[in-house]
Write a protein that binds this ligand. Structure first.
Ligand code: HSE
Length: 436
């Protein structure tokens, strides 16, 4: 059989990794796919660099349209990123009848509905294993391995940059800003780390997982997105004393009246496996009704780990290219006409437990005032810690862990606590998940 022809759009770190792994494991990949997979064209603005990577047997062009318009190309791999030109090229490739492999979580989380609809109409595949948790085959697990299950919730460490920063803050007792600079120096964080540290990258990935887990459209605009920029080293220390680690989690959960979709720093009991995922590693915990909890761990970024996911998609497409479109795996796991309109809940409606750090004047009655406000709001206290004021200091921190309650009750209680004359700063609230 003739090789399947691939056009690669963007040959940065992941593109180069894809080229290298495909070449190195060519024979084994051919035996699995049933035919040879050949990168025939590459588009990159830096054509000289691209040529140095791929050699003279591959056509290198500056204008990616030359690839998406070429009738000899069967599959395009989109590794440009972002929602601008990448969206235009993906839509054009689909219109031209090409299958698409992409690592672009931002594009899928925001324009997935439009992209999957167009692909469905044109009968082509859009595969995106590399978009969530890099080399971990979590899309495959959710879309195929767990199809027997009613998924109950997913909680993932799906951003390596922030997990590295949190690990360093905990290990070395350093503040966020100091660790971020070090992470940038070591190449763990981008020069512009905004999407990572503000939780946006994790929210893109959580949005994609929520769609596949629950058969709902991708709805990034409904996700609650909170990063790690406001986390204090002291919160990590207090959490540790109470038996918890703080991780940036992407959480999506099925509850009675809808679906929760949220990214925020989260206390997790230290004895959970996922709480011990350190450095730039990723992990996703999935709770299904039949299988129970399953945990997927590995590298969420990097040239070859991400290439591993990109090539797995190439192999899937190669195997299924001649199958009837209706016999292929649905883009979002559920058949397109079986999607549900279960709403994603506003944050005020979510239910979880809370860590509250309250900085107070060390005066008689302050603790009683706070516990009264919590009791009036039907918020039950699970644990409490009061730091002794340092010598000569007149204020101190009170740490409270609550039992499960609705976010709106906590919003009201925090407003009342902050109105007390003895409370000297804004209350720090970090959500807590037992993940049991
Ligand atoms: N920037 C991401 C991370 C990797 O730090 O995990 C690509 O999604």
């Amino acid at each position: 059989m003739k090789p399947i022809k691939v056009g690669l759009l963007g040959i940065g770190t992941v593109g180069a990794g894809t080229f290298t792994v495909l070449k190195r494991n060519q024979e084994e990949i051919r035996r699995r796919a049933g035919r040879e997979i050949e990168i025939a064209m590459v588009a990159d603005l830096d054509t000289e660099r691209a040529k140095a990577i791929v050699g003279s047997s591959v056509v290198v062009v500056k204008d990616a349209h030359q690839i998406v318009d070429n009738p000899d190309i069967d599959i395009i791999i989109e590794l440009i990123g972002g929602y601008g030109i990448a969206r235009e090229l993906v839509m054009k490739a689909i219109a031209n009848g090409k299958h698409v492999v992409t690592a672009n979580k931002a594009l899928l989380a925001t324009h997935g509905t439009e992209i999957f609809r167009a692909a469905q109409e044109r009968g082509v595949m859009v595969a995106f294993e590399a978009a969530v948790a890099g080399g971990i085959p979590i899309i495959k697990a959710l879309r195929e391995g767990l199809t027997a299950n009613r998924i109950q919730w997913i909680a993932g460490i799906i951003n390596g940059t922030t997990n590295f920063i949190l690990s360093e803050m905990r290990d070395k007792g350093l503040d966020f800003d100091v660790v971020l600079k070090e992470a940038q120096r070591l190449g763990y964080a981008e020069a512009d780390p905004t999407f990572d540290i503000e939780g946006v990258d994790a929210a893109h990935k959580a949005t994609i997982m929520s769609a596949i887990a629950f058969g709902i459209p991708v709805q990034f605009d409904k996700a609650h997105v909170e990063g790690i920029t406001n986390l204090q080293a002291s919160d990590i220390r207090y959490a540790e004393k109470l038996g918890y680690r703080i991780k940036l989690l992407g959480i999506t959960k099925r509850v009675a009246n809808g679906i929760e979709l949220r990214v925020h720093p989260t206390l997790i009991p230290t004895n959970r496996l996922i709480a011990n995922v350190e450095g730039a590693m990723n992990a996703v915990l999935v709770q299904g009704d039949a299988v129970g909890a399953t945990l997927y761990y590995g590298k969420g970024a990097g040239a070859e780990p991400t290439a591993s996911a990109v090539i797995a998609d190439l192999v899937d497409i190669t195997r299924l290219a001649t199958a009837d479109p209706e016999h292929r795996v649905p883009y979002l796991a559920f058949q397109p006409n079986e999607m549900s309109d279960t709403p994603i809940l506003p944050m005020s409606e979510i239910t979880t437990s809370y860590y509250l750090r309250i900085c107070v004047a060390d005066k008689l009655g302050v603790m009683a005032d706070i516990t009264r406000i919590l009791a009036d709001g039907a918020i039950s206290i699970d644990a409490m810690l009061q730091k002794e004021p340092a010598d000569g200091e007149t204020q101190t921190d009170i740490i409270i862990l609550t039992h499960q309650t609705q976010e709106k009750h906590v919003d009201r209680a925090i407003a009342a606590i902050e109105a007390l004359s003895t409370v000297v700063a804004k209350v720090t609230r970090i959500r807590l998940e037992e993940l049991s």
